[in-house]
Ligand binder design. Sequence first.
Ligand SMILES: Nc1nc2c(ncn2[C@@H]2O[C@H](COP(=O)(O)OP(=O)(O)O)[C@@H](O)[C@H]2O)c(=O)[nH]1
Ligand SMILES: [Mg+2]
Length: 300
Amino acid sequence: MEYVACSPLNLSTSQPTRTITIGNVRRLEKDYGKTVEKMTNPKIVAIMPAYNASKTLEQTFREIPPDSVHECIVVDDFSADSTVEVARKLGLRVFLHRENQGYGGNQKTCYVEALKTGADIVVMLHPDYQYDPKKIPDLVRPIVEDRADLVLGSRMAYAIVGGMPFYKRLCNRFLTWCENKVFGLQLSEYHTGFRAFRRSLLESTPFLLNSNDFIFDQEIVAQAVWFGARLEEISVPHRYFPEASTIGFGRSLRYGFGVLGLLATFLLNRKGLVTSRMFRPLHHAYAEVAESPSTPGPAS
Ligand SMILES: Nc1nc2c(ncn2[C@@H]2O[C@H](COP(=O)(O)OP(=O)(O)O)[C@@H](O)[C@H]2O)c(=O)[nH]1
Ligand SMILES: [Mg+2]
């Protein structure tokens, strides 16, 4: 019997992938990488996971440089304000959750819908006007030039100017230090809401298994590292004001412990002591059984 690798989401337009083993870490070897170097005219789709973003959505959207994205998708997580009306007025494509799912749940819908549009690169931008949308061309460049699969917009170079609260700066630096140690990278922050993903990374990552809460952001980074994705970062100016930051001390603390738990899980997987489903590439989950010429068709 013959099996054809495919994405369980059945969204795949890329070539099949296969895994090779480097140390204890399974790495995705991208067959398409042999032919594709620099993307020519990639389709770039911006997604905005929105929750009570009516006051900031328009300003965020208006500062996206013209021609830097082909389409903009807003997913509203059952906001209590007029986020949907504002998004519709701006002519954006809008999806509305019928009930509040959480920040991670919101991103799941965003990525599924962005992939359905045929996006080559998906940019996540928080609609709370915290990050500078004018940086989108810089954010996607490492992917377009085939140097990266995931690019993070780091706030740390502007952390003080941008007004990041002291305790967030401290926790951010500590968690980033831990993540750098575990992932073997040297990034300046992992906790940003301004990111760009290569399509094939989203297609091979089982992100639908991740949490619906804020830890989703780190789970998808851990999966990217596990699958051998290339990560890069750029510095991005940002600002803190009441609407741009709603997460208080309690939720931040829970998030911090969640990150440490995730890193422990990552290490246990690397040592082979546990096998988490979140670290199994999608095309391992199932495959299409090719039709055999001798197979009788349905009785007529
Ligand atoms: N879907 C969803 N998004 C949320 C919720 N709470 C906050 N957010 C969004 O999560 C993102 C990050 O939250 P934010 O308070 O800006 O965090 P900070 O900027 O890192 O302090 C923002 O885009 C918020 O709109 C929630 O309960 N559900
Ligand atoms: Mg924010």
